[in-house]
Design a protein around this ligand. Structure first.
Ligand SMILES: [Zn+2]
Length: 63
């Protein structure tokens, strides 16, 4: 059983679609991931509810 979920987001800077791999065993996490297209740092906030539904917000680093 995999606890990793692939979630599509859009880069808040360049709008490019990115696939994030989120660890669903962690209820809530935030981290910074560099966009692979424009290389700017995206603040990722991921939450996983007990049913396994994952939601991800991607923001500018300084927002
Ligand atoms: Zn980008």
């Amino acid at each position: 059983m995999s606890l990793l979920e692939t979630v599509p987001i859009s880069c808040p800077y360049c709008g490019e679609g990115i696939e994030l791999v989120v660890d669903c065993s962690v209820p809530e996490q935030s981290y910074v991931e560099d966009c692979f297209v424009c290389c700017r740092p995206i603040t990722i906030h991921a939450t996983a509810d007990p049913s396994g539904e994952v939601s991800v917000q991607a923001r500018h680093e300084n927002e």
